[in-house]
Design a protein. Structure first.
Length: 278
């Protein structure tokens, strides 16, 4: 079996398993880059080839990059050749990084730095609902229930459906956008070129440019808005289990990272020394 046949079979397997467009694209790309480097037919590849690729191409990258690469290879080989090449390869531990979070002022400045209405609406919705970029671009007009003032994320990460509230601030704008898309027989709430799904790269670019324009010194990505959504809710006293549901986290420990980020409440705590000296 040559590379092209293998990648085609992989695409079919991913589609049958109802994987997200992001996973489909990422897994195919990871396997393609691997084959281009190894220069062997897929059925001739062995565990040492996988280790060699990691050593030569990913050793200076983050742990998550290596973990994601191994997941892509494992899925492909287990699905197509019924052989997990990665089973004996030790996974690196994930670095426990505290996520970057924007203050409310920084977020306001970022949103005010976006000129086009559509772009501003997309970025506002990411923050308002704590969406992943893949979830935003997969949203369809029928996923919004304006009578109940809620939206539905269908089959988000981990195959988990969840609900989000549509805030007053963007309610009418979102309703007009959904109606316009329905009238034009568009599939997605926000369409890209030729009515296709919006590119996640374009949205990342919008956020990055707005952040720069707003003079924010932090490294800002779309996921920063999701981190900020969770942290701001925590600072406002929302129960962490409710935040877990809103984010679609299967495990509470994933949500608990935000307890390390939420600093506003900590700033209000008076030092015992100040109390002592009063």
């Amino acid at each position: 079996m040559n590379k092209e046949e293998f990648l085609k079979k992989l695409e079919i397997e991913l589609k049958i398993s109802k994987n997200s467009p992001y996973t489909l694209k990422n897994y195919i790309k990871s396997n393609e880059l691997f084959f281009n480097f190894i220069k062997k037919d897929p059925d001739k590849v062995n565990e040492d080839d996988v280790k060699m690729y990691i050593a030569e191409n990913l050793s200076d990258r983050s742990s998550i990059s290596i973990i994601m690469f191994l997941a892509a290879i494992r899925y492909a080989y287990s699905s197509i050749l019924k052989n997990d090449l990665t089973s004996n390869i030790k996974r690196p531990k994930r670095e426990k990084r505290i996520p970057t979070v924007l203050t409310k002022k920084e977020l306001k400045d970022l949103l005010n730095s976006i000129n086009t209405k559509k772009s501003k609406l997309m970025v506002s919705l990411i923050y308002a609902a704590g969406l992943r970029v893949s979830e935003l671009i997969s949203l369809k007009p029928e996923n919004l229930n304006f009578e109940e003032k809620v939206g539905y994320v269908k089959q988000g990460k981990g195959k988990k459906d969840r609900i989000f509230n549509i805030p007053k601030f963007i309610f009418s704008k979102l309703k007009r956008q959904a109606e316009k898309q329905k009238e034009n027989s568009e599939i997605y709430l926000f369409s890209g070129r030729n009515s296709e799904e919006m590119s996640s790269r374009n949205i990342q670019k919008i956020v990055k440019n707005a952040s720069k324009k707003a003079g924010i010194k932090k490294e800002v990505h779309c996921h920063t808005l999701r981190h900020s959504f969770a942290t701001h809710l925590l600072e406002e006293g929302v129960d962490i289990r409710k935040i877990q549901e809103l984010l679609g986290h299967s495990d509470l420990s994933t949500t608990q990272i935000y307890t390390h980020v939420s600093t506003e409440e900590l700033k209000k705590i008076k030092s015992p020394l100040d109390n002592l000296m009063e």
